[in-house]
Design a protein around this ligand. Structure first.
Ligand code: XLS
Ligand code: CA
Ligand code: CA
Length: 435
């Protein structure tokens, strides 16, 4: 197998046995009127790819991503160089980061901001040189011990202020780097026990925080999308942004539903007891589909393992939803995924991204086939046909009431609910996937 440095650029070559080629991802190929690269809008996650070294609860690093012996800013500059070279190799156009991913943390908040701003300038140059774009950035408002009881939902107002300072700096960076979006993932915004929690105040404060972020973005002219990223648990026992439906309820309560779209992560969907498709569909019917964190969990473990996506069934149904939602606008597919602890070489990073990108490319091809065949659409249309005429049409048109329905129902002679044909439909999907 080739060494990392020997792989200059991963290209589409479906007939090749070389594992450092794409078998399904052909960036310029047009599918349903759009190039694959524009359908998929792949991004690398800086935290997993550039920083994470394999540490888990039971053991330390299995990989070295220090890039030499330098400390401080020099090391972070080398990391950034590596990130942009990796994107070139993989033909990936976008990236995503938390503030602490790209710059060292200082002894004070002021020092951290200085490092952060210097690295934003450095990355801004790399972005131009390599012709890359920032899909979204965010603040790590959960790692430091001051955030142990939350950030915007902390019982301590000084913590709220520090969190706000970090998001302000992040929005300034988003504006400077021309990001397409900014993400709010709840971090430690949740609770472990209600015995010490004022849930009403915490939720009100979270909304106040988000309103201030929206106002500041407007003030500085940041035009990207704001996303909220649902997750049911981890790190707290109960997160306030549990799933898409819970987030929608929160946003609507505080009048924020026009300002935020959803960034939906596959592994978070399954942690919430939903399928990935359920979360995407819920966002679509609530006009809140925004962006995707592409990964997969391990259902046997039940925690947030952030694995690279290799399940074609899931990526097919995901891309089906993306196509149904009209495709990405500001959003994209961020690989919020890390190589397994035992996949600890730089070659593994390339192989993991190739697997993830190809799995999504294959999913896109299959989803396009499903859409073009119209089989699912016409089955569903027929199943709900009773709402297109007679009393059903009156229900849909809101042109009836309980009295009319009472009189109507009493006269019905025979009700025949048609078969749901689940097995037939599952077999139909298999034929599209495996023929
Ligand atoms: C953690 C989240 C996080 C967000 C960004 O589980 O996935 O990485 O995507 O803060
Ligand atoms: Ca995520
Ligand atoms: Ca995750």
């Amino acid at each position: 197998m080739k060494k990392y440095d020997e792989v200059k650029k991963v290209i589409y070559d479906p007939k090749s046995d070389d594992p450092f080629t794409f078998s399904y991802y052909n960036p310029e190929e047009v599918i349903l009127g759009k190039k694959m690269k524009d359908h998929l809008k792949f991004a690398i996650s800086y935290w997993h790819t550039i920083d994470a070294c394999g540490t888990d609860m039971f053991g330390g690093d299995t990989m070295d991503k220090n890039f030499g012996k330098d400390y401080g800013l020099d090391r972070y500059k080398k990391k950034a160089d590596f990130a942009f070279e990796l994107m070139d190799k993989l033909q990936i156009e976008y990236y995503c980061f938390h503030d602490v991913d790209i710059a060292p943390v200082g002894k004070t908040l002021e020092e951290s901001m200085k490092y952060f701003n210097e690295m934003v300038d450095y990355i801004s140059e790399l972005q131009k040189k390599h012709n890359k774009k920032l899909l979204w950035n965010t603040a790590n408002n959960f790692g430091d011990k001051i955030f142990m009881a939350g950030a915007a939902t902390s019982p301590n107002a000084d913590v709220f202020a520090c969190a706000a300072a970090k998001v302000k700096a992040g929005l300034d960076a988003a504006k400077k780097l021309n990001a397409s979006g900014y993400v709010f993932w709840g971090g430690r915004e949740g609770y472990d026990t209600l015995l010490n929690t004022d849930m009403g105040l915490e939720l009100d404060n979270l909304a106040r925080f988000m309103k201030m972020a929206v106002a500041y973005a407007k003030k500085i002219g940041f035009k990207g999308s704001f996303y909220i990223e649902p997750k049911p648990k981890e790190p707290t026992k109960h997160q306030y942004d549990f799933d898409v439906a819970t987030c929608m309820n929160f946003l609507r309560k505080y009048g924020l539903e026009k300002d935020f779209k959803m960034n939906i992560e596959a592994n978070h969907a399954t942690l919430a007891g939903h399928t990935f498709q359920h979360e995407l569909y819920t966002a679509r019917v609530n006009d809140s589909f925004g962006s995707i964190d592409a990964n997969q969990g391990d259902l046997f473990l039940g925690w947030d393992t952030d694995q690279f996506p290799t399940n074609v069934y899931d990526t097919t149904m995901c891309m089906y939803e993306v196509l149904k939602a009209g495709g990405f606008t500001d959003g994209g597919l961020n690989f919020d995924a890390k190589t397994r602890r035992q996949s600890n070489t730089f070659e593994d990073i390339l192989l993991a991204y190739i697997a993830g990108m190809d799995t999504f490319a294959l999913g896109l091809r299959k989803a396009a086939e499903l859409i073009e065949s119209k089989k699912l659409d016409s089955f569903i249309k027929e199943r709900y046909d009773s709402y297109t005429k007679g009393i059903g049409k009156k229900i849909v048109d809101e042109d009836t009431d309980f009295e009319e329905l009472y009189n109507y129902a009493l006269k019905i002679k025979d009700i025949n609910v048609s078969s749901g044909r689940q097995e037939y439909l599952e077999q139909m999907i298999n034929k599209v996937l495996f023929k």
